[in-house]
Unconditional design. Structure first.
Length: 128
């Protein structure tokens, strides 16, 4: 089967700890605004996906296996997509790599938030 990634720029990588379930999923608050059905769908897809995060489970199979109805599945999919954790092109699911954390520091003198990039440019002698 010829597989085409819906979002190749976000190909999942095995995290530094043991499993596909990256601890940053919780620590970074990526599922904070998702309800339990979205958490269940994410865990299910992480369990059944291949090394690229791809799964071809049908809606009927997913709803049966997770004990949810079609409306709950649709809502769970939308929540995961909104959280930037899932790309979906029927019938293909792709679990995405976690978005990069955006580190921000507060300037000692100004009290204003500054990005790490700005701080690095200042350290390297560029304007901040």
């Amino acid at each position: 089967m010829n597989k085409k990634l819906p979002a190749p720029e976000r190909l999942r990588q095995i995290p530094s700890q043991f499993s596909w379930i990256d601890q940053q999923l919780v620590r970074g608050g990526h599922l904070r605004d998702c309800d339990p059905s979205a958490w269940a769908l994410y865990l299910f897809l992480a369990t059944v996906s291949d090394s690229q995060g791809l799964s071809y489970y049908s809606d009927a199979s997913v709803t049966r296996l997770l004990g949810m109805d079609a409306l709950q599945l649709s809502g769970a999919r939308q929540q995961l997509a909104a959280a930037r954790l899932l790309a979906y092109q029927k019938p293909l699911y792709q679990l995405l790599g976690l978005p990069a954390a955006q580190a921000v520091a507060v300037g000692a003198r100004s009290g204003q938030a500054r990005s790490v990039g700005e701080l690095l440019r200042q350290i390297a002698g560029g304007a901040a």
